[in-house]
Ligand binder design. Sequence first.
Ligand code: BDR
Ligand code: CA
Length: 317
Amino acid sequence: PIPVIIDCDTGVDDALALLFAVRHPGLDVRAVTCVAGNTDVDGVVRNTLTVLEQAGAPDIPVARGAGRPLIEPARSARHVHGEDGMGDIGLPAPTRAAVDVDAVTLLRREILASPRPVTLIPTAPLTNIALLLRTHPEVTHNIERIVFMGGAVACGNATPVAEFNVWHDPEAAAILLTAGVPITMYGLDVFQRVVVPGADVRRLRASAEPGARLAGELLAHRPATPDVGADSEAGGIGDAGAVCTVVDPAGITTGLLPVEVSLAPGPTRGQTMVDRRPRPGESEIHAGLREQQLVDVALDVDVDRFVKLYLATVERA
Ligand code: BDR
Ligand code: CA
């Protein structure tokens, strides 16, 4: 199996991602690290521990990470993810605690201890990952790739142009995008399209198996995206699509493109500017070309393939 570490802000769809990851036989989830985003970091830790227990994976180490972005103030997304960050579906409290080291320490330890290079899957603001890369740059030698949910080519959600995870901590995202390790950006353009039909959500909710039932409850909390039309019970897998990409990279179509985060104050802050031009333009001709890291940007997704992969995996006994 592929060794992976998930860095998340659980989070309704982060929970869907965790359920998928721990149930897929092709993945070895070596740790889960938590960061403030959808809710405060203590809430994220609690939700993460509970989800792992319900998914039948109570032994994966979970660490608490940054409680706020590098520069921006802390802000929660309770209006999207509920008071508890998990859709207020009445989840029980966890029966264990996080490990007694912080997220950056656990990330470093697990990455360096892994016999094979680790794939990192951040599905949250990139604060922990930026701190890791700046504090322990030696870890990059044992990172295979970073597949992150964040950014957008076309249209934002937190602002008209900025996606939530990048907007929440733009400086951290900028550190990631210049880290010099292979990166896949699973942005809003694909994130919003992978939607489980209502009939499947109903079947999951009726399941006798707690993990599958939890997936059903979480999907039922996800508002359907406009392009599913009349199927009001449909729910998007969200962050879980980034994990699907690690298992089945052929499910997305990518372009290897320059991506820059806007750090300027004002309306573009947090935008991921993806340069899709076939050749340099006027500005580069005048100013000279800059060295920029290229990122594998997800431009299209095989929706049916990822929905089937998601369902087959979470419904495994
Ligand atoms: C991202 O923000 C969070 O609300 C989701 O969990 C996802 O990671 C989408 O912008
Ligand atoms: Ca998330």
